[in-house]
Design a protein around this ligand. Structure first.
Ligand code: GLN
Length: 278
């Protein structure tokens, strides 16, 4: 039996054609196969026998499957989230929304929060964990996603304040009441965009693509924000990094003021919409 240290080296080599993070991927998959944390793996298991099943996990990754789907969970804003191919894998870029909320509501925390297209629930669960007095509503077109979101709310201890609504039939956000904070990471990828095979081949198309120019969902969603925002409320909407002016313009047409927030890579990532004060 080869030992873990050698198998990791071989797996990193095998994955380097597919992944920019080949060594990390190999370690995460090995830790998963061993039922250990990654730090335990590195400290304690390097001389162990390679667990059954490791090779099959590496093969899945070599065929571009995202590590998060293979191991069934992903980290977001320091919290752990269950994920499946029914939900988009939470991205570090989307932490920009949670950070934006933390800063904007530092003095007066929000009471009612809604997450449009909640998916795994990552945005809403992370936000509720920041604001212990807030209640959240997560809506999604996918019932499978809502089941995962509820599980993630429970696993992170916010389920008493977390509701979901099936939004299969509805037109984004009609008739939901008003909210102090609106979160949304809608689909915004152009239909013909060049996407990594690990994204295009595995993540849910319904969470990614929004028509020819990637703006279809904003065209429906942004005009509904004035009905959805409570007085003094804020909507934080994720955008593709080239979409800031187009999405701000949609807001301007319906009386919304906008501010752009950048992600850690300094790309324009979020539009913060609020009602213009007259
Ligand atoms: N940021 C994602 C990507 O580039 C897209 C997320 C979305 O469409 N909401 O793959």
């Amino acid at each position: 039996m080869p030992e873990v240290a050698l198998a990791l080296r071989e797996a990193a080599q095998r994955l380097s054609a597919t992944s920019d993070t080949a060594r990390l991927d190999a370690e995460v998959l090995m830790a998963h196969a061993l039922g250990a944390s990654r730090s335990d793996l590195l400290l304690r298991h390097m001389r162990d026998a390679v667990p059954d099943g490791f090779a099959a996990l590496v093969e899945r990754r070599a065929r571009h499957e995202p590590v998060a789907y293979i191991i069934g969970h992903a980290e977001f804003y320091g919290l752990d989230f269950k994920v499946s191919p029914e939900v988009l894998i939470p991205r570090g870029d989307s932490e920009t929304l949670v950070e934006g909320a933390r800063k904007a509501f530092a003095d007066v925390p929000p009471k009612r929060v809604i997450d449009l297209g909640t998916g795994s629930g990552a945005l809403l669960v992370a936000t509720l964990s920041l604001f212990p007095g807030a209640e959240g509503l997560g809506i999604d077109r996918s019932e499978g996603a809502l089941a995962i979101a509820r599980g993630n709310a429970a696993a992170n201890g916010v389920d008493a304040r977390f509701e979901t609504r099936d939004w299969t039939q509805a037109n984004w956000c009609e008739d939901l009441g008003r909210f102090d904070l609106v979160l949304a990471n809608p689909p915004y990828v152009e239909r013909d965009a060049q996407l990594d095979e690990s994204v295009r081949g595995f993540e849910p198309a319904g969470a990614l693509f929004a028509g020819e120019d990637g703006l279809d969902d904003y065209r429906i969603l942004v005009p509904q924000l004035p009905e959805l925002l409570a007085p003094g409320g804020l909507a934080l909407v994720e955008i593709g990094h080239t979409q800031a002016s187009a999405v701000s313009a949609l807001g301007k047409d319906c009386g919304l003021e906008s501010r752009v927030l950048k992600d850690l890579a300094e790309r324009e990532r979020v539009i913060a919409f609020s009602m213009l004060l007259h």
